[in-house]
Design a protein. Sequence first.
Length: 129
Amino acid sequence: MFSKSKLKDKFALVTWNRGLHLFRSHNVLSVAKDGDLIRGPVRSATNAQVTYLSVIEVIDDEIFTRCTCPVARYCKHAVAVGNEFLESQDTAADDKEVEQWLTSLKKAENGVAARKKVIVYLLEYKKSK
């Protein structure tokens, strides 16, 4: 499954942050999914006249990237395209975010259960007097 956490794991922090800046600056012109490929043109951060084509390929849960920029692989343009694609999907929840949410629900349930026990104890205590 393609997710933000799996995508982020493939990039150095500096590259990830630069790619996020491109994404947030709306430099990704479009994004499309074609089978195992996610692709999109990305406008250069330094020259608006230059556009690079970045491709992300997901094979057996592995992520591979290539780009027409000088870096060619695992570049900031791939980060931008991946984030644009994930934002465009209705079900683009990040794996780690889902886990954190489920954990918080379990903690909340445990807290409710503990409060219920206290309430039952107090009611039984008052009843016995």
